[in-house]
Write a protein that binds this ligand. Structure first.
Ligand code: IMP
Length: 434
């Protein structure tokens, strides 16, 4: 395999960052392909925890190139802060190592203000966004009113774009009772950021295609998860971009035949932040236990995550939507001591069995999961490094998932650190299936 895509198969927070960090060792370039600072990757640098939102997790490998692709929406302030924080921790970040697409759209302060104002106006019907301005920024992109990285570096174009956009922004902000913005303030807040980011800006699509032509390995890092995909997820409780694997081609700019494999990441259970249906949610002490044991609090917003059993109806659907070639199961250690363990294997709606999530949101909130029960396991899984040392019940759990999904599990993660990983098969060493 040369070119792999890593995607989340649930509602985000599956541990993609850790997997990308591990697989980056076998890649020449790591490319983040969608989303923005709504994502959060928890990295461990010299034993210290660090959270990044935009820079791919591959950045901890000094010899790899990292890229922020054309479809990532970039808050320039967040990006500058991340670069500075990583530099202070001794991580090398120069234009040789990090390239940011000149086509990437900018998340402006007014996008964040509008995100917050809209959510607050929705009251109890809110989506529970991360308030990072992602939706409003992508709306502007689709409306052809966005401002891109290349505009940031050209004061004439920037002035023109802002002059076209700000009257509408101010009408909206006034509608929501928010302070309006002045063009000169926006321009002055951007000019220093332009100086700082300018050297990193370039043609990511071209850089990726060159790597591919030279037969190098490219690793594509998705953000959020399939159930948050704007087209395939639990709409309207979704993010504003395509989070699934196939989207990588138009979003970065290369042909579908160049994807060799798609690794789906799933926790051994399920979590969700924000509002929206969650059929296998546990609203009892078992959910509480998963939250505590798994440290299930948002990396971006700190919000407690909703927790529940693994949902195979959703996972089977994610496997199909993404064309998964293998799976990585994370946080298996968190299930220690829970007995029995349940797995949602399908849904029932009005006595009918459903194999995958219905599109209608009211139906999805009414489905009842069909469960199977498996014996739980005990022991300190965080210490286990090879398959044979896993408790037999934990092995059975993983094998059962493989069978039910008809997909191989390549990697099992039993803790946050790089070492706390059981690699059954390196996805880069798999043969491409025809
Ligand atoms: P937005 O992407 O900030 O607009 O939020 C839309 C929905 O996606 C909300 O339910 C968020 O909680 C969820 N979301 C966005 N990014 C992430 C993520 O990285 N992890 C988990 N949920 C996310």
């Amino acid at each position: 395999m040369s070119n792999l895509v890593v995607v989340g198969t649930q509602w985000g927070d599956e541990g993609k960052g850790k997997l990308v960090d591990i697989l980056a060792e076998f890649a020449d370039m790591v490319v983040r392909f969608q989303g923005g600072a709504n994502a959060g990757h928890t990295l461990i640098v010299d034993g210290e925890q660090l959270i990044t939102h935009l820079i791919p997790s591959g950045i901890l490998h000094p010899t790899k190139r990292c890229a922020i692709g054309p479809a990532v929406v970039v808050n320039p302030e967040t990006l500058v802060e991340e670069i500075e924080t990583l530099k202070q921790r001794g991580v090398k970040i120069t234009p040789d190592v990090l390239i940011v697409s000149h086509r990437a759209h900018l998340v402006m302060p007014y996008h964040r203000a509008l995100d917050a104002a809209r959510e607050s106006a929705k009251g109890s019907k809110k989506i529970g966004t991360t308030l990072r301005g992602i939706g409003p920024c992508l709306e502007d992109k689709a409306a052809r009113m966005g401002i891109r990285m290349s505009d940031l570096l050209d004061s004439e174009v920037l002035a023109e774009r802002l002059a076209a956009k700000l009257p509408e922004v101010n009408t909206l902000l006034s509608h929501y009772g928010q302070d309006t913005v002045k063009e000169k303030d926006v321009v002055s807040s951007l000019s220093e950021l332009a100086n700082r980011l300018g050297p990193f800006v370039g043609d990511v699509g071209e850089a990726v295609r060159q790597q591919m032509e030279r037969g190098k390995n490219v690793l594509f890092e998705g953000a959020q998860g399939t159930m948050l995909d704007i087209d395939h997820g639990t709409y309207p409780f979704v993010t504003s971009s395509n989070t699934s694997a196939g989207a990588v081609c138009p979003l970065v700019g290369f042909g579908p035949h160049l994807i060799d494999g798609v690794v789906g990441v799933s926790k051994a259970y399920t979590t969700r932040v924000g509002a929206g249906p969650f059929p296998t949610e546990l609203q009892d002490e078992r959910g509480e236990k998963l939250r505590e044991a798994g440290g299930e609090f948002g990396a971006t917003t700190g919000r407690p995550r909703r927790c529940g059993w693994l949902d195979l109806a959703a996972l089977r659907y994610a496997a199909a939507v993404n064309g998964l070639t293998s799976l990585c199961i994370t946080k298996l250690d968190v299930l220690e001591g829970i007995n029995p363990i349940r797995i949602g294997v399908g849904y029932r709606l009005d006595k009918k069995e459903l194999a995958s999530p219905p599109a209608n949101i009211r139906e999805l909130s009414r489905v009842e999961p069909v469960y199977e029960e498996l014996e739980g396991f005990e022991g300190d899984l965080g210490e286990v490094r090879v398959w044979d040392d896993l408790p037999v019940q934990a092995q059975r759990y993983v094998k059962h998932l493989e069978q039910l999904l008809n997909l191989p599990v390549d990697i099992v993660s039993v803790g946050a650190g790089r070492a706390e990983t059981i690699m059954l098969q390196n996805p880069y060493r798999r043969e491409k299936s025809s």
